[in-house]
Design a protein. Structure first.
Length: 200
């Protein structure tokens, strides 16, 4: 029996159902290779990262042309309270409620860090699901975040920054000290070839 690929409507329905209960991580690849690798790890959904994509094009975040961005992805970009240094919880909640009233299926307030702020947002916009951005070295684990009522966790450009961190440290060690020991943490070429061996 031949299986048919899922339709766009099926994919939307499945994605929507992920928000109904529990909590899931939606990591942010910055190119086709990182997306394929994250998919191979079994993540149920993937998001995008404007910064990670921009850096892959040798551009600063928010300095990629509209046509280039549209060719790469379709995304909505917003300057949200906590993310831009205006930690006003009441304003954040008011904005999220406005998004919910406008029909948003999942609410996103990047920059929340404390359990108290996270819980306050989750409680204020219930029953709408909330996405939490964790793009810093955090002691919170998925179970901790789920216990606060969050339904989805994204990581923004943090995976891209992690990759760039390793690249920059190793390149500097070569350029400044003639050392190659940074390759000790490099991904295995055999693993990458096996991952991408199936072609595009």
């Amino acid at each position: 029996m031949t299986s048919h690929p899922a339709s766009i409507a099926d994919k939307r329905r499945t994605f929507h159902q992920l928000h109904a209960s529990g909590c899931f991580v939606i990591p942010n690849p910055w190119d086709l290779g990182s997306a394929r690798y994250l998919q191979s790890l079994g993540f149920k959904a993937l998001a995008t990262t404007s910064s990670g994509f921009a850096w892959s094009r040798a551009r600063a975040d928010n300095h990629v042309t509209r046509d280039t961005v549209l060719a790469h992805l379709s995304e909505i970009v917003g300057a949200e309270c906590f993310l831009v240094g205006r930690p006003d919880l009441a304003e954040t909640i008011a904005r999220l409620k406005a998004y919910a009233n406008a029909g948003a299926d999942c609410l996103y307030a990047p920059g929340l860090r404390t359990p108290e702020h996270i819980r306050a947002v989750v409680d204020a916009v219930a029953p709408k699901p909330v996405n939490l951005l964790i793009g810093w070295a955090s002691d919170m684990r998925v179970d901790d975040v789920a216990a606060l009522g969050v339904r989805r966790i994204s990581v923004g450009g943090a995976l891209a920054r992690s990759a760039w961190g390793g690249f920059m440290r190793t390149a500097k060690a070569i350029a400044e000290h003639g050392r190659f020991d940074g390759f000790a943490d490099a991904a295995s070429g055999a693993e990458l070839n096996a991952l991408f061996g199936g072609g595009a």
